[in-house]
Design a protein around this ligand. Structure first.
Ligand SMILES: Nc1ncnc2c1ncn2[C@@H]1O[C@H](COP(=O)(O)OP(=O)(O)OP(=O)(O)O)[C@@H](O)[C@H]1O
Ligand SMILES: [Mg+2]
Length: 229
């Protein structure tokens, strides 16, 4: 039976800006089941990153409810949210967001420090996931000693390291050339095939084709939500 992992009802998000309020998300209802592969699309400014940040527990909604893996996270305080985030969410960003003076191995192992694992466990698991993303021979390289595609692989390995329930990626191929983008998408396909739930934002139809469901946002509401056939 389909097992819900994301259950969102009536989510809004607005930001006070000077004397005004910017209304960004205007009422989002969304159900995503375990193991789904979803692309989130829509024009620039439609609210994709705002929604992803809420899905990833980096931000909380102004109103509405968000149940993640059975837990209501919409009203959690920051420290509680940080713990859920570290355990449940693997986030991949357009700009990789790696620690610059730190090796690939240590970048990947970092979330395990917050999760309280010892050094031996961390290095073993980080080695496994770096091998899984094809970087067994680049563990000791720092980000500036890696190509863009390799940096994004490190970021993907870091996202996977704590066995999260969801992988979220906000334009993961936005800074990569088309050949490298295909390689990274093949990696996401593999991660999905291994049973992970994957949600990614993209502007490109060709990237979105990898997903099995395409959700389109427009002006802070869901304009369409269709299987990708
Ligand atoms: N902290 C904030 N304060 C005020 N307005 C904000 C804030 N964050 C986002 N916005 C506004 O919310 C709207 C949606 O932003 P968001 O980053 O979610 O768009 P997006 O769909 O991800 O766009 P892009 O495709 O360009 O990445 C924008 O108009 C933006 O200016
Ligand atoms: Mg964005």
């Amino acid at each position: 039976m389909a097992q819900p992992i994301i259950e969102i009802k009536g989510i809004t998000r607005d930001f006070p800006l000077g004397n005004e309020i910017v209304y960004v998300l205007k009422g989002i209802d969304l159900h995503i089941n375990k193991g789904e592969y979803v692309a989130l699309m829509g024009p620039s400014g439609s609210g994709k990153s705002t929604l992803m940040n809420i899905l990833g527990c980096l931000d909380t909604p102004t109103a509405g409810s968000y149940v993640l893996n059975g837990k209501d996270v919409s009203k959690m305080e920051d420290d509680e949210l940080a713990e859920i985030r570290n355990k449940e969410i693997g986030f991949v960003f357009q700009t990789f967001n790696l620690m610059p003076r730190t090796t690939a191995l240590d970048n990947v192992a970092l979330p395990m420090i917050y999760a309280g694992h010892g050094k031996e466990d961390r290095n073993k698991r980080a080695t496994t996931v770096l091998t899984q993303v094809g970087l067994a021979d680049r563990m000791d390289h720092k980000p500036n000693q890696l190509s863009g595609g390799q940096r994004q692989r490190v970021a993907v390995a870091r996202a996977l390291v704590n066995h999260p329930s969801i992988i979220l990626a906000d334009e993961p191929t936005g800074n990569l050339d088309s050949k490298t983008s295909v390689e990274i998408m093949n990696l996401f396909d593999e991660i999905h095939a291994n049973g992970n739930t994957v949600i990614l934002v993209t502007h490109e139809e060709e990237i979105a084709r990898h997903a099995h469901r395409i959700i389109r946002l427009k002006d802070g509401i869901i304009e369409s939500d269709n299987p990708n056939r």
